[in-house]
Design a binder for this molecule. Structure first.
Ligand code: FHN
Length: 436
């Protein structure tokens, strides 16, 4: 409603300049790690397994009883994320299953009551902070375990035929006002027990019949509470608040194709993506993105002025599996050589048109333009059309080896660079252009 939107406009009374300052590190970072970890790693067939298979709390209890991540060492996770070139991390402190990785005093359904007997969030925060990454918490608005969370379109107990009478019977005694209090209490816990939290990634609203939106979460009050507890925090746009001018800070296009990212150019956004289809560990899934597809996602996100939040689903033992480690290592090789074409970069001004088969990223200082060679020219030549006169120097980014100009072919406004016929040993080599 308009009043709710107007009310949430009053949050913080932040000026555009203050908001830009608050978000500057996040926009410069460009690349983060998402981590989906919970009891669903035990069945290992998608984090929605409880809803997908209509499993009751009693049926799901065996995962709580078995959860014992003996190999959990977040220091290793943090080193992997850092080596891959990721600057921030977002961990599921609680996903829709309702199980908290943190020691909450408002529930017994928590990691400290399992064989783990550890506050996994505390160890996670310490480890990633020690490696210099900014800390983000994902927190599910949805909770399929809580007795007061009403049965809705996604709930494991949802009546098979959407029968209204069954919904009424199932929801008898469930009280969303109690749930809202629980939600507010746990958000208070995660934002007060672990020091400065840089990002809060709330997930997700689905307003409408048998859905849940801003009134179910009391989104306006919740956002005020969040900003009061952590004034510099960056919050995503999934509280069902219409206007993100003063409410949410960024849009969250999820699992979108690289072609679809262009429509977000000029906005503030982060695309979240998986290596495969599932966010949680999925043992038998074999549709994994190739290294080139992952690099394409990262480069195309920055080339359109956005961030990439790339997800890992650790195993129930507490480890990144080999597929994830291989993907992270290959990203790290490319980032080690080419990260300056990512950090502090955004989309290039219109006058710089990408030549076919390339994508451009542009450092916010305006002094560097990067040409990402998705296709490597067979004749070893690349034409910079329309802005050749702006270029004062050209080199490969990975080894700073100069790229010479084909003076015969270069005309005013264009520049023809001579590349080695043999493509350098990178999936997507990058040319760094120094601009006047
Ligand atoms: O339902 C969740 C899903 O499990 C996952 O957490 C993604 C990540 O953005 N968010 C929701 C689907 O949009």
């Amino acid at each position: 409603s308009t009043s709710a939107v107007q009310a949430q406009k009053k949050i913080g009374n932040e000026t555009d300049e203050q908001k830009a300052k608050r978000m500057e590190w996040w926009k410069d970072a460009r690349f983060g790690m998402f981590i989906h970890w919970g009891l669903y790693a035990l069945p290992a067939r998608h984090e929605w397994v409880k809803s997908n298979e209509h499993i009751t709390n009693e049926g799901y209890q065996k995962y709580f009883d078995q959860f014992n991540p003996t190999q959990f060492n977040p220091k290793l996770w943090a080193k992997k994320a850092k080596a891959a070139g990721m600057k921030y991390v977002v961990l599921t402190t609680k996903h829709h299953e309702g199980f908290t990785l943190f020691d909450s005093k408002f529930t017994d359904y928590k990691a400290t009551n399992t064989l783990a007997k550890r506050d996994l969030v505390k160890e996670f925060v310490d480890a990633f902070r020690a490696e210099g990454l900014k800390i983000g918490f994902y927190y599910s608005l949805i909770d399929w375990h809580h007795p007061d969370f009403t049965v809705d379109a996604y709930h494991p107990l949802k009546p098979a035929n959407n029968d209204e009478n069954q919904y009424l019977a199932l929801n008898k005694g469930r009280n969303m006002a109690n749930y809202r209090k629980y939600l507010s209490n746990q958000v208070n816990e995660i934002l007060t027990k672990y020091g400065k939290i840089d990002i809060l990634w709330l997930d997700f609203s689905y307003p409408g019949k048998h859905g849940k939106g801003k009134d179910d979460w009391a989104s306006v009050d919740l956002l005020k509470q969040i900003r009061k507890l952590q004034p510099g925090i960056i919050v995503d746009n999934r509280l069902d608040l219409d206007d993100y001018a003063d409410g949410a800070d960024f849009e969250t296009p999820e699992q979108v194709s690289t072609d679809a990212l262009a429509k977000f150019k000029g906005k503030t956004w982060e695309t979240c993506q998986t290596f495969s289809g599932s966010w949680g560990y999925y043992r038998d899934e074999n549709t994994w993105k190739t290294n080139k597809q992952l690099l394409n996602l990262l480069i195309t996100s920055v080339a359109n002025g956005g961030n990439l939040l790339l997800n890992v689903g650790p195993t129930a033992k507490g480890e990144f599996d080999n597929r994830a480690n291989t993907a992270l290592d290959s990203l790290g090789i490319w980032m080690h050589a080419n990260s300056s074409s990512i950090y502090g970069c955004t989309f290039a001004p219109d006058k710089y048109k990408p030549t076919p088969g390339t994508q451009l990223t542009y450092n916010k200082t305006g002094k560097k333009l990067y040409v990402h060679l998705f296709e490597y020219p067979k004749d070893g030549k690349i034409v910079l059309d329309g802005y050749g006169d702006d270029v004062i120097y050209a080199q490969f980014l990975h080894d700073n080896s100069e790229l010479l100009v084909d003076k015969d072919k270069s005309t005013s406004g264009s520049l023809v660079l001579k590349l080695p016929i043999q493509k350098p040993n990178f999936q997507i080599p990058v040319i760094e252009l120094s601009l006047k």
